[in-house]
Design a protein around this ligand. Structure first.
Ligand code: DSN
Length: 417
């Protein structure tokens, strides 16, 4: 980064500080990860200098000799990895990808069905404060209060009553396996397009650690930077039947020029995700989350749905008498980075909710094994108790222990200092 340091030392110093922060902290936000050096290198290339509105072979700008090949590689790798007929690798991120789905299949005012945000769904699945819930008519399903799980019979009843044109399954705080065949049956019955938003679990699907939506969903929407370990970006995959509608919605419907440096990095990440090491990684992410869940439950933490099938744990801290935000901020001071989160049927507000959401993708990328989850759970327990007691000394001690574990398992993609 010698050029950056010379031209803009303030930004260069902040980048170095962020590298250090990512090296020293236990990053448990389930939607975050560490990318490889190769992915990082691809994002910082001259591909970003090029405009290429259109698709390979059908562009509105000349000079696409290399860009067409980059995008074609990304498309072919995406199709192969996720076993779908068609892939569009241009969406800038998850929300624009989902918005393209609306443009492809709905008219303003049409009905869309998705999981409610406080139940674990995403803003773009028709939730009220999002454009998707104001320009379209969002109807929402949730999870059962007693089990923390979706009751598909209730989803079916809602779909039959509301007749949505599009049904989203998947979300941002869903610790359990998504029943793609079950959702597909409901979508077929009401004539809806089924969209599987697999942003959180794309890497698990690629690595065989979660069932695939292929053969069930009409459209698969995913970001590329979560469990998939790619750059910040997104993809829409679909059956052949919907390929044209998806492509037209992304460009020219919603976006301009694709971010070619991101497309290249997506291609690299997809190549990495097709390898045997990634398969082991995906399974280890789940093993680590389950081990962490068991250790936390043993310490009296209430896990929504009782545990996890994937990379994510949603913890209701009501029983510990510590608000999620207070816990999250204390954990941050201890070098454990999480996000505060609503839990289903939360009585508190989203900006000051009852829970925290944690996950194991990033720590697993560092090679941290399941045996270390005992310490991780112990630290979380100590810090949550310390947050309640105002015990900063314990928080400082935990921070030192966290740093020692991080030093023992260096993160991929970061400079070695
Ligand atoms: N913000 C992402 C997450 O953290 O899950 C979803 O959009």
């Amino acid at each position: 980064m010698s050029h950056l340091a010379h031209v803009d030392p303030e930004i260069a110093a902040l980048v170095v500080a962020e590298e250090q922060l990512q090296a020293d902290t236990l990053r448990l936000i389930p939607s975050e990860n560490y990318v490889s050096h190769a992915v990082l290198e691809a994002t910082g290339t001259v591909l970003q200098n090029k405009y290429s509105e259109g698709y390979p072979g059908k562009r509105y700008y000349e000079g696409q000799q290399n860009i067409d090949q980059v995008e074609t590689l990304a498309i072919e790798r995406a199709k192969s990895l996720f076993a779908m007929d068609h892939a569009n690798v241009q969406p800038y991120s998850g929300s624009p990808a989902n918005l393209a789905v609306y443009l492809a299949f709905l008219q303003p005012g049409d009905t869309v069905m998705g999981m409610a945000l406080p139940m674990g769904g995403h803003l773009t699945h028709g939730w009220g404060v999002s454009a998707t819930g104001t320009w379209f008519r969002g109807v929402q399903y949730g999870v059962e209060q007693t089990t923390g799980r979706i009751d598909l019979d209730k989803v079916r009843d809602l779909a039959l009553a509301e007749r949505p044109k599009v049904i989203f399954c998947g979300g941002t705080a869903v610790p359990r396996t998504i029943d793609f065949p079950g959702f597909a049956e409901i979508a077929r019955e009401v004539g809806a397009v089924l969209v599987a938003d697999v942003a959180h679990i794309a890497g698990l699907i690629a690595g065989g650690a979660h069932p695939s939506p292929a053969g069930h969903a009409d459209v698969v929407s995913t970001t590329t930077h979560k469990t998939l370990r790619g750059p910040r970006g997104a993809m829409l995959l679909s059956t052949a039947e919907h390929a044209r509608a998806i492509d037209r919605a992304v460009f020219p419907g919603l976006q301009g020029g694709p971010h070619n440096h991101t497309t290249a990095a997506i291609a690299v990440a997809l190549k990495e995700a097709a390898g045997p090491e990634f398969r082991a990684y995906a399974h280890q992410v789940v093993a680590n989350a389950q081990a962490l869940g068991e250790q936390l439950a043993a310490r009296g933490f209430e896990l929504v749905s009782g545990g996890t099938d994937n990379h994510l744990l949603l913890i209701d801290l009501s029983g510990k008498d510590v608000p999620g935000k207070v816990a999250a901020k204390a954990l941050d001071r201890a070098g454990i980075v999480v996000n505060y989160n609503t839990v289903p049927y939360d009585t508190r507000k989203p900006f000051d909710p009852s829970g925290i959401r944690i996950g194991t993708p990033a720590l697993t990328s560092r090679g941290i094994p399941a045996s270390a989850m005992t310490s991780v759970a112990e630290w979380i327990d100590l810090v949550v108790a310390a947050a309640k007691a105002g015990d900063e000394e314990t928080i400082t001690k935990v921070r030192a222990d966290v740093k020692a574990l991080m030093d023992a398992y260096p993160a991929p993609g970061l400079p070695v200092r």
